[in-house]
Design a protein around this ligand. Structure first.
Ligand code: URA
Length: 232
């Protein structure tokens, strides 16, 4: 293999957050890395990614999960919402944002779209999370868990190639932008993930807390901005 091709493959893995590679997979390695040629050639699909994930045991989160929550919605959506990780309801159903926070997210998407005259409902966008297994007690995912599962998120985003991404909360922002800044600092302006515009807004769970009601107005503003950008 020529050096430029090798360099491209190594850069690809580095972008996925994978910094250690075996020259040849050890015979005991149960789950292989994706074939970079499939991914780079544009032949990757959401089904292939889900297949590669299998009954994943790559990180400790697998131990407590019931169902892997891969993502749902329109695989050709121009807009992707990225949350943090499944909660109890999502873990039980295998679908993202189906609990209380999910109901609020649906209301936020559909309410803002309707008010702005944009004909979009939840099923027409794509929704997924940084980690696909529920963290115990809904704790924040650890950096190594985000790194391991992030490769699947990044492949999902590369396959969908949306016009914009909406990061819900600081975990999603951190995974996509590599920043330690919080939502307060990041919201209100555009960022980029691999040339795709990213808006950061509050996580719906944060908005459910009664003392965070001021943030709700800001979240509607963020949603208005991204919906107009994508659908106007
Ligand atoms: N919170 C998330 O971040 N994701 C979900 O799917 C549900 C709640």
């Amino acid at each position: 293999m020529s050096n430029p091709a090798l360099r491209q493959i190594l850069a690809f893995y580095r972008d996925l957050g994978i910094t250690e590679l075996y020259l040849a997979p050890p015979p005991t390695m149960p789950e292989q890395l994706p074939n970079p040629l499939t991914v780079l050639s544009g032949d990757d699909t959401l089904d292939l990614i889900r297949q590669d994930m299998g009954e994943c045991t790559r990180c400790r989160l697998h131990a407590g999960r019931n169902k892997i929550v891969f993502g749902s919605g329109n695989p050709a959506s121009p807009l992707v919402f990225v949350g943090e990780g499944p909660g109890a309801d999502e873990d039980a159903q295998g679908l993202p944002f189906v609990g209380r926070a999910g109901q609020l997210l649906t209301q936020m998407i559909e309410g803002t779209a309707k008010k702005e005259g944009i004909p979009v409902v939840r099923d027409q966008v794509y929704i997924c999370n940084v980690v696909k297994c529920r963290p115990p007690e809904n704790r924040t995912p650890e950096p190594d868990e985000m790194q391991t599962c992030g490769q699947f998120l990044f492949r999902q985003l590369m396959v969908i190639r949306p016009k914009a991404i909406c990061a819900l909360g600081s975990t999603a922002a951190k995974a996509l932008l590599g920043t330690r800044d919080g939502v307060m600092k990041l919201r209100g302006s555009w960022h980029k993930w691999n040339d795709i515009p990213v808006i950061v807004t509050f996580h719906p769970s944060y908005l459910l807390r009664p003392y965070n009601q001021n943030a709700k107005r800001e979240a509607w503003e963020d949603l208005k901005k991204v919906l107009h950008y994508v659908y106007d």
